[in-house]
Design a protein around this ligand. Structure first.
Ligand SMILES: Cc1cc2nc3c(=O)[nH]c(=O)nc-3n(C[C@H](O)[C@H](O)[C@H](O)COP(=O)(O)OP(=O)(O)OC[C@H]3O[C@@H](n4cnc5c(N)ncnc54)[C@H](O)[C@@H]3O)c2cc1C
Length: 388
């Protein structure tokens, strides 16, 4: 049994499966991926039919990164021979004075040269009669937005990583990490592995992994949820007729056309209660579901119908909601990635960047905003702002 690898990836969720894939494209059989649960499990952040992918973002840096995210998805789509992104168009809409100003989104897209349309309420109602936009509402429409097919994307990254030679082990929790003399001992599932470079893509368990290195980040793990509704008007919510959407106010809601289940999906962003990834339950939060239903009753009532199911899922929130994507200052041979509750759209790109940091020690992409030593991550109780 082989125990010595050049690269180990800790965690094979959305970002880790992508990291294993991108590493394996360059390093083949020198890649080992370790996952504590079964591959494709539902205890983390990445396993559902759909996640929103969009160029529309609040800073030009994210918009630029999102352009590269589409390219990374296109690469794995070609390699895997499978569609993983579905463009539906995306509507960001809100009252004129909203908690999340649309101006930062339009300004960022202007700066990054991304085309979009600014729509008033009448135009929103004309294009999507199912959206009951009152006259104080306006929106931004970006045609490239759509669905990143999360479960399918994860499976594609894992399958192709194996095809490129990687070894992926499930049911193998990492229990200890010891960097020494330029190498790293990684104890997992009762076996001691060794590598030269380690990528930590542990989502809600990140601090559990960093503890072995004497580190802790001010992360907050919440139990979030999305609900599929069996609307009797499903045809009006098919992709092509209905976009992905985000309500840019506080509370912030978002939703999808019909995809993967026989009805549209909606949920509240960052509306969940704090939890622990190990002791969490899978019980839906009735109050959060009530808030989502009340929003839909007001603005998209024809989306409602009997609940097909509510799916719970974790967010790993940084205080500023920016990612962590960096090599550890004290151990540059170890790289960490954390998605901040909006990272799936970037999963393949993040895997590519993590692999570049591990192999080359650098990346062409601008990851400066995601430094692990940024000031807010040094605070024990930092101020938080999730409305971005
Ligand atoms: C309800 C919901 C809706 C979302 N909507 C969107 C959206 O529309 N668009 C978007 O871009 N993003 C969205 N996100 C966020 C996005 O899904 C996450 O940012 C992304 O999936 C994070 O992936 P990850 O790999 O960091 O975490 P995970 O997928 O949770 O992977 C971490 C993995 O590490 C494993 N692990 C941890 N510790 C160990 C250990 N010690 N040993 C071995 N394995 C270990 C875990 O078991 C897990 O499999 C949403 C998230 C949720 C919950």
């Amino acid at each position: 049994m082989r125990r010595d690898y050049e690269y180990i990836v800790l965690g094979l969720g959305g970002w880790g499966s992508a990291a294993a894939y991108w590493l394996s494209r360059r390093a083949g059989a020198d890649v080992l991926g370790l996952e504590q649960y079964e591959l494709g499990h539902v205890r983390g952040e990445s396993q559902d039919h759909s996640r929103i992918i969009r160029l529309s973002y609040h800073t030009p840096e994210y918009v630029e990164l999102a352009k590269h995210a589409y390219r990374a998805w296109a690469d794995i789509e070609r390699d895997a021979g499978q569609q993983l992104v579905l463009r539906t168009g995306g509507l960001d809409f809100a009252p004129r004075e909203s908690a999340i100003p649309l101006a930062s989104y339009s300004g960022s897209m202007d700066a990054a040269g991304v085309p979009y349309e600014h729509l008033d309420a009448a135009e929103i109602r004309r294009r999507w009669p199912v959206i009951k936009a009152t006259d104080d509402i306006h929106g931004l429409f970006q045609p490239e937005s759509g669905i990143a097919m999360a479960a399918r994307g994860n499976a594609a990254h894992l399958r192709m990583a194996r095809e490129h030679g990687a070894t992926l082990l499930d049911g193998t929790p990492v229990e200890a990490i010891h960097p020494r003399d330029g190498e790293i001992d990684v104890a997992a599932g009762g076996v001691m592995y060794r590598c030269r470079r380690l990528i930590i893509a542990a989502g809600a368990w990140t601090n559990g992994a960093l503890t072995h290195l004497g580190m802790r980040l001010p992360l907050r793990v919440t139990k979030e949820q999305v609900t599929y509704f069996a609307t009797p008007h499903a045809a009006e919510f098919e992709p092509g007729r209905f976009p992905v959407w985000i309500w840019m106010d506080d509370p912030c809601f978002y939703g999808f056309p019909v995809f993967g289940e026989p009805g549209p999906k909606a949920g509240q962003d960052a509306g969940g209660l704090e939890t622990d990834p190990v002791t969490r339950t899978f019980e839906p939060d009735r109050a959060a579901l009530g808030r989502t239903i009340a929003f839909l009753e007001q603005y998209i009532p024809r989306a409602l119908g009997p609940t097909i199911y509510t799916k719970t899922c974790l967010y790993t929130l940084t205080p500023d909601r920016d990612f962590v994507l960096d090599r550890l200052p004290a151990h540059p041979e170890i790289t960490v990635g954390v998605g901040g509750g909006h990272g799936y759209k970037f999963a393949s790109l993040m895997g590519q960047i993590l692999s570049e940091l591990a192999i080359d020690g650098r990346t062409e992409r601008n990851i400066e905003p995601f430094r692990i030593d940024r000031a807010i991550l040094q605070l024990e109780n930092p101020p938080v702002n999730y409305m971005v």
